[in-house]
Design a protein around this ligand. Sequence first.
Ligand code: FES
Ligand SMILES: [Fe+2]
Length: 396
Amino acid sequence: MTYISGRGFPSHVISDLSRMKTLFTNKWFFVGTRGDVSKPRDYFTFTLFDEEYFLVHGTDNKIRCIVNRCAHQSARLVNNDVGQCASRIICPNHQWAYKLNGGGLSYASRMSTEFHETEKKNFGLDQIPLREIDGMLFACLHSEPNEEDISNAETVLSPYTSPFKLGESGEYKLAFHHRETIDANWLMVMINNRECCHCSVNHKQLVKLFDPSSFNGAVTPGYENLLKNSADRWEKLGLQWKEDAFDTSSDVRVARYPMAEGFKSISFDGKPVSKKTIGPFAGRDPDESTLSFWFNPNAWIHFASDHISTNWVLPISTDRCELYTSWIVANDAVEGEDYTEEHMTEAWKVTNQEDVGLCMSMNAGAKSEHYRPGPFSSDEKFCTQFCDWYMANSEN
Ligand code: FES
Ligand SMILES: [Fe+2]
């Protein structure tokens, strides 16, 4: 069965691990923000296919993406989801020590002077390319990644995201972080994410925050009015807001969206989740809106006026993936005084759990002998975009 644009993937495409790996080699993927590793020595781990990696914030202020394997006998270097390295990256196995800035081998315990003089330089840690756009971090498995892609993404994103100053040190910190392994193909999670036709029935709480028409292109008179009033407010603040939607070949969709009246953050009760407003809203009242950005192949990020929530998903195999969510707040916000875990994380934890059930259900269905790649409706146009984009960028 061949792929037909406007329909779901044939099952042989869904189960094609080699195609998935080609995509993640050809294209940049989102792996977090400067807020996830906000201080020098902070690290953050993630898994992609059968490899583990970690982001580490150097003392030179640069963030790098390092393969989480020692060059001596391949032990894992850092073990937690997030943490702090010592002044060097020290392998827990035999204590080989690597430089924080660049991963070069600094000292190999028990190895001879001759090794240190002649061979040490060949035993640095492996890295993969990492680029930063306004504090958002993108990695790629290719040794010579496509720089034009990342520069195009920057051209689209920066007018929207630069006012948040996420790329400047000391502005933000990681408040909370959640990860879970899902028994579903990563493609199912992305297809689920790219439409909101499932929202009114499955996300009864989330839909109170957003008018679903804002996400699928339809316009109701009530939403049109809300958008006009919001746009007047944003323009006074000099904020970019008009949607720059995916075209068939682009990797990015970005826009500012109004939330329903009375919703000041991404919370089910509508109340701000942090008392410290951020970026262009710092020192002002919370704004009833989000700046939202969707990135192919794996992320959706929402800049509210009091925090940034990031969601991204990475494949482990054709039947498993990992979903990461992090909540980034102003650096001077204090847990317990300005924000609490339950209030801040509730909306995405609940919503993602609802989606996980749907994704696992679709994944099981794609294995059925009765599986058919059904057609997308016009309200699912971003699913069509994602599927076309995936097929075009994953040819072996
Ligand atoms: S495996 Fe890392 S020091 Fe031996
Ligand atoms: Fe959903």
